[in-house]
Design a protein around this ligand. Sequence first.
Ligand SMILES: [Zn+2]
Length: 279
Amino acid sequence: MPDLFFIAVTTRASGFLNALSARCSGFCRALIPAVVLSGLPLPLQAAAPLVAIDFGHTLAAHGATSARGRGEFYFNRDLGEALAAALRERGLRVRIVNGDGRIASLRARPVAAEGADLLVSIHHDSVSAQLLNAWEWQGRQLDYNDDYAGHSLFVSRDNPDTARSILCARAIGARLQRMGFVPTHKNGLLRAYADRELAVHYYDGLAVLRHARMPALLFEGGVIKNRDEELLLADPAYQAKMADGMATAIAACLLSGQPADDEAGADRPDVLPQTPAGY
Ligand SMILES: [Zn+2]
């Protein structure tokens, strides 16, 4: 299912990119953005899509703490920078939001992204406090949980373009699974699915998504409380591979993707089942 969906979404842009990328390197690879953009409608040739990449949390409040005591912000920054490089390699424009880790507020993030075609907020996942186990790492008392691992995605129905938000999230989920990344369903208990198979959830109240005036999604790269996955997520080669998959999907979504009928319907209010008379 992910493969079929991905092929449908990406045939024109990323399928072409992949085929080209697989066959060349160096100077040849540097030509790819120009080749791709030259095939676009004229308005897009003038200005390639702009993707805002938000590094979640800040230096002062770094979010979750990994099994080995590293702040989530640093994982977000590293993956976000890898994603920026992968998008630029494909000829897309990038704007980093919260690059210095000192942004003033949640509301300032979508404001800083103003004018972008897509906002991607990068995060990493934790595990609820009651499920954590104590351990000692390099003399520090820390906690971990090795039961959960994998990425997941979130969109908001309060965003003005939920349809394209879902499309881009599904494209990322499909591409990552095709590359061998396995999503987590730990968030399915609390957050309804927009796409169960691709681990895309609704999280309507997320400020960074609902205050954005462009399509927006939040990406959880993996579970940093998991001791094995933490090591992968801190590995630059793993980050580059994940970023490559995300960038392929984002390019496909922005350059050629069309939201499916059910995605367009996501912007409408929920229609509740009719209540039988007498209730
Ligand atoms: Zn976070």
